[in-house]
Ligand binder design. Structure first.
Ligand code: C2E
Ligand code: CA
Ligand code: CA
Ligand code: CA
Length: 274
């Protein structure tokens, strides 16, 4: 970032101004979108390779903008965080995902992504308790996915919340493992009980370094008695390479892209008969 006077001058360049304006407009649109029910959850299966069945689904947020069409969460989640909307949006996701999952077979879990910023909310645990009570979903069926950005705030508060999630029976999953601020010590310190191997390591399992990383993460999960799942599997070759390393839970386009809830019976049937 340029903090010199020149940088300040650049703020007034037309391109910059229009970018800011666009962002403000998007923030206003976001505020309206919750009320207008423009958000939808898509669901992508986790596949249990030992049992050849769907073990659960991850909820992935979609914004169907009236003019701009489908907008990626990678683009609007940061905006929702800046605009102070992530708490409301996050609770909406939690409630929608849990009430959907309550209608699935009892063996299937639901994974919900939480933004690190949601841990600043004074009501996060109470929201989870309320949603579980309301939807009658067993706490054991709810998985929480957080990324390593959570480690930027090493406060007792965050540690306590994660511990409380574990105490309730939730699975706490480290998403995108190996891409951020990881330190191995954090894994046990922060009460994680599941590691998700990032798709960047899966993508090119032909590279010796990536195989070495995948192998050591799987080994680590075993020694720490944590579950392990790999994401971003797109080919049969990647699937077989992961199986050979002993990774038995997988997710990726090879099995299914994220789908709207109406499609889940078909997704389950197709994966089961594979
Ligand atoms: P993520 O949690 O790491 O989710 C995985 C992303 O990879 C998803 O993108 C998914 O659609 C995509 N993906 C799944 N399988 C494959 C594959 O085989 N190949 C490739 N190339 N991609 C695959 P998506 O749905 O666009 O979500 C992007 C990110 O937005 C998520 O990354 C997550 O960090 C965030 N996000 C999504 N939904 C929510 C939400 O409800 N709350 C929060 N806080 N963040 C969310
Ligand atoms: Ca995730
Ligand atoms: Ca991920
Ligand atoms: Ca990611």
């Amino acid at each position: 970032e340029d903090r010199s006077g020149k940088g300040a001058y650049r703020m007034f360049e037309p391109a910059m101004r229009s970018k800011l304006k666009q962002r403000r407009e998007m923030e206003l649109d976001l505020k309206a979108a919750l009320d207008a029910e423009q958000f939808e959850l898509y669901y992508q299966p986790f596949v249990d390779m030992a049992e050849k069945r769907v073990s659960g689904f991850e909820a992935l947020l979609r914004w169907n903008h009236p003019e701009k069409g489908m907008i990626s969460p990678a683009d609007f989640i940061p905006l929702a965080e800046e605009a102070g909307l992530i708490e409301r949006l996050g609770v909406w996701c939690l409630e929608t995902a849990c009430s959907e999952a309550a209608s699935w077979p009892g063996s299937m879990t639901i994974s919900v992504n939480l933004s690190a910023m949601q841990f600043k909310s004074a009501t996060l645990l109470a929201d989870i308790d309320r949603v579980l009570a309301k939807t009658k979903l067993a706490a054991e069926r709810l998985q929480i996915e957080v990324t390593e950005s959570l480690f930027l705030d090493e406060s007792d508060r965050v540690l306590d919340i994660l511990k409380e999630m574990r105490r309730r029976g939730l699975t706490v999953s480290m998403d995108d493992f190996g891409t951020g601020y990881s330190s191995l010590g954090y894994l046990s310190k922060f009460s994680f009980n599941k590691i998700k191997i990032d798709q960047s390591f899966v993508r090119d399992m032909g590279r010796a370094e990536n195989i070495a990383i995948v192998r050591s993460v799987i080994g680590l999960s075993k020694s720490l008695k944590m579950q392990v799942i790999a994401e971003g599997i797109e080919t049969g070759e990647q699937m077989r390479a992961l199986l050979a390393e002993g990774c038995l839970e997988m997710q990726g386009y090879f099995f299914s892209t994220p789908q709207p809830k109406e499609e889940l019976p078909r997704v389950i049937a197709e994966i089961t008969k594979r």
